[in-house]
Design a protein around this ligand. Structure first.
Ligand code: PMP
Ligand code: GLU
Length: 385
């Protein structure tokens, strides 16, 4: 029997697959340091945990509206209004099963078969696949000066089929945070050519120095921007699977209609937990997590410098993306990561998965002890060649 072309070449998410492999090796008794998946190693804020438990205990865990519970949509609209300095109403927000789900909903709601989507590289592993699942064509645009978005390259890549630009700041995998002028320029490009601008802001709160991450929604009065965000990274709620999309009410309504058919209402228990965290604004656990990430980032950057690896300065998120070009053979970053896992028991992600084969990604959502071990292992791997 034949599978649909949409899935016949579709691979398991590289990050999730690598994480599974590292865990499998560890449970088989291998000594593994796992810096593959981007998943905070902290508990969800206590308010969120309590609200979710209370929801279960209420005995009222029901379907609910496909767009999410109104009090959560209202809380998110208030948070968006405050943080993106632009008026959002509950109708501008659709709660989704995760940011991944919000991204796929936004792409399904805006793209026709054959449309082109511009994606500044490096880009998170799922973008290319999600665009293809929506029937459209991903067009990657390589960066300039390391990992800076290539604005001129984006402009040159526009064709009559271009329909959407997908940006991510702070960026996974590089940690790059767009400068205000870069956000303005990408939005201007979207407006000039009548394109959607899909802005994945899931790491928005995780900025370690300099100005906070800007959102194109702040400057966009004409309804080009769709923002995606969620609870996974900033509230360490990855397993709750909850997030949202926000933007013009026509597209938000369309995503809700899609989800009403495909998945139905988001998980009621997770919605209750998310609402409690959003209503607090910044739960105390967040500051603790940010401080830990800051310390780990410093240790990792210092260690990579000692190893002589050039690493673009990551201002946000919890990844570093060093250049391992001098150490590559014809198997590229995939072969590098396979050998590293095999010989040293260190799991990291090949840059090829993000569109940049000279690099590798290390997630520092893991403790300092692991980080120091990882640096030791990487050091001996590079030395042996
Ligand atoms: N966008 C980016 C850039 C990510 O790194 C992730 C991590 N999974 C997501 C979206 C999806 O997050 P979620 O857990 O909410 O699906
Ligand atoms: N976004 C995380 C990562 O890049 C989680 C894995 C995934 O959802 O693919 O590692």
């Amino acid at each position: 029997m034949q599978l649909a072309s949409r899935v016949s070449t579709l691979e398991l998410s590289v990050t999730l697959a690598l994480d599974a492999k590292a865990r499998e090796l560890a449970s088989a008794g291998r000594d593994i340091v796992n810096m593959s998946v981007g998943e905070p190693d902290f508990a969800a804020p206590k308010v969120a945990q309590d609200a979710s438990v209370a929801k279960i205990r209420s005995g009222e865990v029901r379907y609910g509206p496909a767009a999410g519970q109104l009090p959560l949509r209202a809380a998110l609209a208030r948070e968006l209004t405050e943080t993106r300095s632009r008026e959002f109403a509950p109708e501008n927000v659709v709660v989704c099963h995760s940011a991944k789900h919000a991204l796929s909903g936004a792409l399904m709601a805006t793209l026709e078969a054959g449309d082109e989507v511009l994606i500044p590289y490096p880009a998170w592993v799922s973008y290319v696949q999600l665009v293809r699942i929506a029937g459209a064509v991903p067009v990657g645009v390589l960066p300039v000066d390391g990992v800076r978005p290539n604005l001129e390259g984006l402009r040159r890549a526009i064709t009559p089929r271009t329909r959407l630009i997908l940006i991510n700041s702070p960026n996974n995998p590089s940690g790059y945070v767009y400068e205000d002028g870069e956000i303005e320029a990408v939005l201007a490009l979207a407006k000039e050519h009548g394109l959607w601008l899909l802005s994945d802001e899931i790491y928005r709160r995780l900025v370690f120095e300099g100005a906070p991450a800007a959102s194109p929604a702040t400057l966009d009065g004409d309804g080009h921007t769709i923002v995606v965000d969620g609870a996974s990274k900033c509230f360490a709620m990855t397993g709750y699977r909850i997030g949202f999309a926000a933007g013009p009410k026509e597209v938000i309504g369309a995503i809700a209609r899609l989800h009403s058919q495909m998945t139905g209402a988001p998980n009621a228990i997770s919605q209750a937990g998310y609402q409690a965290a959003v209503e607090v604004g910044t739960p105390p656990e967040f500051e603790h997590m940010l401080a830990a990430f800051r310390e780990r980032r410093a240790a990792l950057l210092e260690g990579l410098e000692r190893l002589g690896l050039e690493t673009p300065e990551p201002r946000g998120a919890f990844y570093v993306f060093p250049d391992i070009g001098p150490y590559l053979d014809e198997r590229g970053s995939v072969g590098f990561c396979e050998d590293l896992l095999e010989r040293e028991g260190l799991a990291i992600v090949p840059g090829a998965a993000f569109g940049m084969d000279r690099h590798v990604r290390l997630s520092y959502a893991t403790d300092l002890k692991n980080i120091h071990q990882a640096l030791d292992r990487l050091g001996s791997f590079l030395q042996r060649g």
